[in-house]
Write a protein that binds this ligand. Structure first.
Ligand code: XMP
Length: 509
């Protein structure tokens, strides 16, 4: 294990991902974690992350100084580097002159005799983001990289295994940054590189077996990637002791319910599929306000789930598909609520369980997908694009009826089908159709039509917080438009959404 000690920087999750990409297991721990707890993890190395503070201020994050006599190699990044310098007798000050303050891409020169830079080019671009400056390097450290403006971009004390870099090797803009992290892990910490998804799968299965014992487990399966992978892991680990409740609210994409059911048919578990379409549609009838739709669906979902849970009776564990970014981010400042993104309005009240089990707590999204593949889930489930919990309800603008849902399902299917055929799916992070509540006049054959307008939405994004509209080739859009208007009764006009986020959001509601 490698510990990524978190000082609040914006790229901390990225550091952890990079370490795991090097086939080394790591965990992110807050800098406040007691040293004894860190020692108990028996790490082969520690990475201090960046952070927004200045080390010389009294209230900025610090560490127990015994961490430096423990004998474990440390790599300090940005704030982490300054913290190490400060703690070991160096001096960090605010950069007085603008040239020592560096932001963005910086040409940097490396001493390739240093283990951190072994085998790498002697110069390259690094990504800087610091306003502080190491005025005095601590005793025992050598300068191992510099830029045109700054003489001490990286420091190293190779006897103690301490390294510090002012730049961010974890971001893509830093050339060979991952190779430097790899060097730290392999050359300095002596990592074996044995973190593979297959090992992880086996370890996770045994861990679940040990925890669950003869107990019963209940899971609400949504059909999304996370809950599907949890279901597969539990199915593999405890089989019949698992009950999966799959609530089909009737607002899924075409064939989705059947696909989810089919994916789990190979395991001998209690798979309960609840066809609740009419219940949900009844509750949603006449509702056109987006947040009301979300609330109704969230609440009704809980009711249905509770009813099924009552039939199962008392269980020992309630399983959840919490993943690592949720764990790390929880507790981070509260941003304004633009949309309530929670599928379920909290935990069900009347489900009788003893403990929550979250077997994906330590995995990033792409690792969850990889685990799903290891567990033999089909690719269409594992690489599924995000789909909102309220489903098509928030893609039917205005009030919802079964006819509209069917129309949208068909059109959305054609859109996805043509995107896949054109090979465009690799370039898109999310794409779907929206049924607007606008009708317009058209002409088909000799007749006049007065039908619905459908909008197509396709975006590229890395974090779904910001997004750009995708430049799908015109001829692909043309084919999609022609097919939808010809094949889906009730739609006579197609628009393509060319707004980015912000100012728009990805979904229309
Ligand atoms: P927006 O529309 O806010 O969407 O740009 C960002 C991402 O979140 C998804 N989304 C939801 N997911 N329940 C969900 O589980 C919701 O109510 C919900 N609303 C939006 C959206 O599909 C996109 O991936």
């Amino acid at each position: 294990t490698v510990i990524v000690l978190d000082f609040g920087g914006q790229y901390n999750q990225l550091i952890a991902r990079r370490v795991r990409e090097c086939n080394v297991y790591c965990e992110v721990k807050p800098y406040t974690t007691p040293l004894a707890e860190l020692k108990a993890m028996d790490p082969i190395g520690i990475i201090f992350t960046g952070g927004p503070n200045s080390v010389y201020l009294d209230d900025s994050p610090h560490v127990d100084s015994d961490i430096f006599t423990w004998g474990v190699p440390i790599l300090g990044i940005c704030y982490g580097c300054q913290l190490m310098a400060h703690a070991l007798g160096g001096q960090v000050t605010e950069a007085q002159d603008d040239s020592a303050r560096e932001y963005g891409k910086t040409q940097t020169y490396y001493d390739t005799a240093c283990k951190l830079f072994h085998g790498l080019p002697a110069q390259g671009i690094s990504w800087m983001s610091h306003g502080d400056y190491m005025a005095k390097v601590p005793e025992g450290f050598a300068l191992v990289a510099h830029s045109d403006a700054c003489p001490n971009v990286a420091i190293a004390d190779e006897t103690r295994g301490f390294y510090g870099v002012q730049f961010h090797p974890e971001v893509n803009h830093s050339e060979n940054g991952v190779a430097m992290i790899r060097n730290f892990l392999y050359e300095v910490c002596g990592a074996k590189g044995d973190w593979t998804m297959e090992d992880y799968k086996n370890t996770a299965i045994s861990a679940v077996r040990e925890k669950v014992g003869q107990g019963k487990v209940l899971l609400a399966l949504s059909g999304g990637v996370d809950s599907s992978v949890v279901a597969a892991l539990l199915a593999e680990a405890v089989g019949k002791q698992l009950t999966c409740v799959f609530v089909d609210h009737g607002l899924m994409r075409l064939n989705e319910g059947d696909e989810v059911e089919a994916a789990f048919s190979k395991w001998d578990i209690n798979f309960v599929r609840v066809d609740a379409e009419s219940r949900f549609l009844l509750k949603l009838a006449g509702v056109d306000e987006p947040e009301r739709k979300r609330k109704i669906i969230g609440e009704e979902f809980i009711r249905v789930f509770e009813e099924e849970a009552k039939k199962v009776g008392a269980v020992d564990f309630l399983a959840q598909g919490t993943i690592y970014p949720d764990v790390i981010e929880s507790g981070a400042g509260d941003a304004a609520v633009i949309k309530s993104h929670h599928n379920v309005g909290g935990l069900p009240d009347y489900v009788d369980f003893r403990e929550i089990i979250e077997p994906l707590r330590l995995l990033f999204k792409d690792e969850v997908r990889q685990l799903g593949r290891e567990l033999g889930l089909p690719e269409y489930l594992v690489s599924r694009q995000p789909f909102p919990g309220p489903g098509l309800a928030i893609r039917i603008i205005g009030d919802i009826t079964k006819e509209k849902a069917d129309m949208l399902r068909e059109a959305d299917f054609i859109f996805r089908d043509e995107i896949a055929k054109a090979g465009e799916d690799k370039n898109l992070n999310q794409y779907f159709a929206v049924l607007t509540n606008t009708r317009s006049v058209g002409v088909m054959g000799d007749g006049r039509t007065y039908d619905y307008t459908l909008a197509l939405r396709a975006v590229t994004t890395s974090d779904f917080m910001t997004a750009d509209w995708a430049r799908i080739p015109y001829d692909v859009l043309d084919k999609i438009s022609t097919r939808i208007v010809n094949e889906v009764k009730g739609i006579n006009r197609i628009c393509y959404d060319i707004t980015s986020k912000p100012p728009a959001t990805i979904e229309w509601e």
